[in-house]
Design a protein around this ligand. Structure first.
Ligand SMILES: *Cc1c(COP(=O)(O)O)cnc(C)c1O
Length: 465
């Protein structure tokens, strides 16, 4: 299996190479040259498989023998051992044929654990084989940082440095990162905002000369292909649990950078019968505007009660555009060049294809709070704010009530007590047992000025492996 860039000018890479690479050298994102496809019979034969067994079936064709089957199975088993619920991705019913897919049973209570638990083990395995050590560097405004740290904390060949804006992430989110005390885990609280953190990371990737000889930076943000790949699995898992592939299933996905829902689109292309794919956005609605009125333009950032979806531009949408434009790399390069002005317009055929594939809906904070209240009143099930947006979008766009609608629950409500309180819940939602003492644990982080030299010197001086 070869991986190619969406802009057509970068060398193609093998699976292992693509896992170690962030952006392609032409600025594009890597995608598989050809998607594996499964027949209905084959998918049907997977009914009853455990999550781990199913993950192997879905992911093995992408790895294409570069990792021996036994080793790949081992990596998958290790990745999902850290989940609290034996079902890994359990389903809960909240209405007629309406289901919540709980993707928050991993160690940091957000769906990002599905990909990052796997990616940590996968990276460490590839590095061990190559006798190589790397530095993972990333910026976070919340969920990604803690999931990446949990994924890398036990890796022997990785130092991980995560930058968060000092005093601007929630207490739960900060503590999930800073109470991980392994020597290879380094939290930097940057004096600045999230953009400053991101710019620091970007500049560091662009010039890595501050690292010792032989070390390179690796990105674990959602442009890393392995993350998308690992997320395809739960679409198959949910469908099989609800009578697929013999009947179609629909999905509603709280969307920020378009990684999660892109995985759903890939599942459909790979042969899974999916009826509707609903893009659910908060007030940062660039994707909803693009689909509903061909307005893909950057607008100012809104700070909402669903902060993990607060984006101005969805980085993974370029992967979707590549398919919408018949995989014409030159066309995508041009489109992205146009977008430097702050706006792009899709061609008629790309737009009509996008509308066939996706429904979209935007949900503001007030409406989101109503949905948390409504679902709690009717089912005593407490949604987190991101998931509530998905539920509302599902209800607003649903066409056929005989088809199961699966709303992806991307986070546990205890991660976002502010929204839950605003929705009228008297008590804070309880943290799950394994995190009950989060506020008593020792923290370690370094506050640094927004200055590249200082940050780089800190990094050089703290490499542990
Ligand atoms: C990251 C995140 C999202 C958005 O996922 P994308 O793949 O970026 O679209 C939604 N909800 C939660 C809780 C998240 O952490």
């Amino acid at each position: 299996m070869k991986y190619i860039s969406t802009r057509g000018q970068a060398p193609s890479l093998s699976f292992e190479e693509v896992v170690l690479t962030g952006l392609a050298s032409d600025g594009g994102l890597y995608v598989p040259e050809k998607l594996p496809e499964f027949s209905r019979e084959e998918i049907a034969s997977w009914a009853g498989l455990s999550y781990q067994e199913l993950a192997f079936k879905v992911m093995a064709p992408f790895v294409d023998g570069e990792i021996p089957d036994e080793d790949l199975r081992g990596l998958i088993d290790k990745a999902y051992q850290s989940f609290r619920h034996q079902g890994i991705a359990p389903l809960v019913q909240t209405g007629h044929n309406e289901w919540i897919l709980e993707l928050f049973q991993g160690p940091t209570l957000a769906f990002k654990d599905f990909a990052l638990q796997f990616l940590g083990h996968l990276l460490d395995y590839i590095l061990q084989k190559r006798d190589q050590k790397v530095v993972v560097m990333g910026a976070t405004s919340g969920d990604t940082g803690s999931a990446a740290i949990e994924g890398c904390r036990r890796c022997e060949n990785i130092d991980i440095f995560i930058l968060h804006p000092h005093n601007r992430v929630s207490n739960v989110q900060r503590r999930q990162m800073t109470t991980v005390l392994e020597d290879n885990v380094h939290n930097i609280a940057l004096d600045g905002n999230f953009d400053d953190c991101q710019n620091m990371v970007k500049a560091s990737f662009a010039d890595q000369s501050f690292l010792p000889e032989g070390r390179q930076l690796v990105a674990v943000n959602s442009i890393n292909w392995a993350r998308i790949m690992a997320q395809i699995v739960y679409y198959f898992y949910a469908s099989l649990a609800l009578g697929g592939p013999h009947r179609p299933v629909s999905f509603s996905v709280p969307t920020g950078n378009f990684g999660d829902i892109f995985a759903g689109y890939l599942a459909k292309r790979m042969g899974l019968p999916i009826d509707q794919l609903v893009i659910a956005t908060n007030s940062n609605d660039i994707l909803h505007r693009a689909i509903s009125s061909n307005d893909h333009s950057k607008q100012e950032l809104h700070h909402t009660l669903s902060p993990s979806m607060d984006i101005m531009v969805s980085s993974n949408f370029e992967r979707m555009l590549f398919d919408l434009y018949d995989r014409d790399g030159a066309a995508i390069a041009q489109l992205m060049e146009d977008f430097k002005s702050g706006a792009m317009h899709l061609s008629d055929s790309a737009l009509s294809r996008a509308r066939e594939l996706f429904a979209s809906h935007k949900v503001d904070d007030d409406r989101m709070l109503e949905v948390i209240r409504d679902v709690f009143e009717n089912t005593e099930y407490l949604l987190d704010p991101h998931t509530a947006i998905g539920v509302d979008a599902a209800r607003a766009t649903r066409k056929d009530h005989s088809i199961p609608m699966v709303c992806l629950a991307t986070a546990h409500p205890a991660k976002f007590p502010e929204a839950v309180q605003k929705a009228g819940q008297e008590e804070d939602p309880k943290l799950p047992h394994h995190m009950a003492d989060l506020f008593d644990r020792e923290e370690r982080y370094e506050v640094l000025p927004n200055d590249a030299e200082t940050v780089h010197e800190f990094m050089r001086g703290h490499l542990a492996c």
